[in-house]
Design a protein around this ligand. Structure first.
Ligand code: SAM
Length: 339
């Protein structure tokens, strides 16, 4: 991958912007590839421009969106225990950090044990990342922040070059759920390859539960998830000259039991044709046809553990809420136990 890094300091935050050749080109190629598939699909990372990140923040506060609250409750009660199990003198890395809301619980626990902390959030939503990082610096005077505006994979090799070990790497919010099993396994292996023996990976995993509870979380009554899903089309209209008529699409996110996943969909209300200036293509959608915008897989503990072990990790510790809705898992790279 052709990587260009821009480094600068903004309001005390060390900002590293990692560009994969050209951001716009990757949007264009992802969109033209996805809209030629059956069913049509768009990658979920496209949700996260500044508007999308703010909408996701609102989703986290919805009564139906139990995922954030349940994970937060586990971290709130177990933060000290989680940190007790990892090496002293830690750095904290976070993949897909969003607003770093729940991260504060871990930052607090780490700062109970050490005088200062270097936090390295990595997120594709660059402006939101920067603002969240600046906010953190105003709250914590013993924190330094290197914010990496990058896709996960692009950030990893750069991470490996920094002297951040021992590091606790966070992957919270069930971000892992956006990958199917094969992709999750490859992703975990990639993270594993960039870890030192004393590093640990802490992952939040949403678990299978009653379908009505899962579906309510992605089809909220106040329409915030609908706005989040449709923002993707608004973004494509603005950034690559698409002409999606937003009110000609409905949001629906069914739980597909055979795949154990939520599918976020945008369903065409009418027969229509959409053209995109920057791909030079038009795409026909018939009434009822949908664009698949995100998967969110719901795991069993057994399945998640199998994937982690196959990717070269050992399950060091695992925490769950009382209802068994969510799991927080501490993974240790296998060779570090063997050495
Ligand atoms: C579901 S949100 C979770 C945010 C936060 N971890 C939490 O638990 O609230 C996913 C976050 O990952 C980021 N993200 C999604 N895909 C990404 C990618 N391929 N590379 C880097 N960041 C990504 C998004 O911008 C967003 O902030």
């Amino acid at each position: 991958m052709d990587l260009q890094n821009k480094r600068r300091v903004v309001s005390g935050v060390n900002l590293v912007e990692v560009e994969t050749t050209k951001q716009l080109e990757s949007i264009i190629s992802a969109v033209s590839r996805g809209l030629l598939q059956t069913p049509k699909s768009l990658p979920c990372w496209l949700f996260y421009d500044s508007v999308g990140s703010k909408l996701f923040e609102k989703i986290c506060q919805l009564p139906e969106y139990h995922i954030t609250r349940t994970e937060e409750q586990i971290l709130r009660t177990k933060a000290a225990e989680i940190i007790q199990g990892v090496s002293q003198g830690l750095s904290l890395v976070e993949l897909g950090s969003g607003n770093s809301g729940k991260t504060r619980l871990l930052i607090d626990a780490i700062l109970e044990r050490q005088a200062t902390l270097h936090y390295i959030p990595i997120d594709i939503s660059s402006e939101f990342l920067l603002q969240s990082s600046i906010q953190l610096l105003t709250e914590y005077n013993r924190l330094s922040v290197t914010a990496m505006a990058a896709e996960y994979q692009a950030a990893m090799p750069i991470l490996a070059q920094q002297s951040i070990s021992p590091a606790l790497i966070l992957f919270l919010g069930s971000n892992i759920s956006n990958f199917d099993s094969g992709e999750a396994s490859v992703f975990l292996q990639q993270v594993r390859e960039h870890m030192s023996p004393s590093d640990r990976l802490l992952i939040g995993v949403d678990l299978v539960k009653e379908t009505s509870i899962i579906e309510a979380a992605y089809n909220d009554s106040s329409g915030v998830t609908e706005a989040f899903n449709k923002n993707l089309l608004i973004r494509l209209n603005r950034e690559i000259g698409a002409n999606f008529v937003i009110n000609q699409f409905d949001h629906w996110a069914p739980f597909i039991e055979s795949e154990s996943r939520i599918e976020m969909r945008l369903i065409s209300r009418v027969d229509q044709s959409v053209s995109i200036r920057d791909t030079g293509e038009s795409y026909d959608l018939s009434e009822g046809e949908y664009i698949h915008t995100e998967n969110s897989y719901k795991y069993t503990i057994t399945h998640f553990n199998e994937i982690s072990q196959a990717a070269g990790f050992e399950i060091e510790q695992q925490w769950q809420d009382e209802r068994g809705w969510f799991s927080v898992v501490m993974l240790c790279p296998r060779s570090s136990k063997e050495t």
